[in-house]
Ligand binder design. Sequence first.
Ligand SMILES: [Zn+2]
Length: 113
Amino acid sequence: MSDPIKPKCCTRIFGGYRYNSCSRAGTVERDGKHYCRQHDPIAISEARERRSAKYQLAFEESMKIRRLHAAAPELLEALEQAVTSMQDSGYSDNHVTVKAARDAIAKSKGETK
Ligand SMILES: [Zn+2]
């Protein structure tokens, strides 16, 4: 009994001046075609989706930071007004909220204690 012919990966790879067949074994079958694990279209699609999701998260985080930076001047001004208003209303400098706000304002201005 002869050894059955093992299928090869059907992917064609550009080798600089012409296309060559992938030399790996076709271990995965998709729609009647054989692929190696590297060229498996489902695995490629899943990897692409994982990368896309990762970049989408990074993009959303980047946009969140950009929006915060864009709003920073208004946030600082509003916080300074809130502190002034609280102090005018009788809150002491040692009130926990006033102190936290003043610390945040100092930090935003690069003032360290
Ligand atoms: Zn292949």
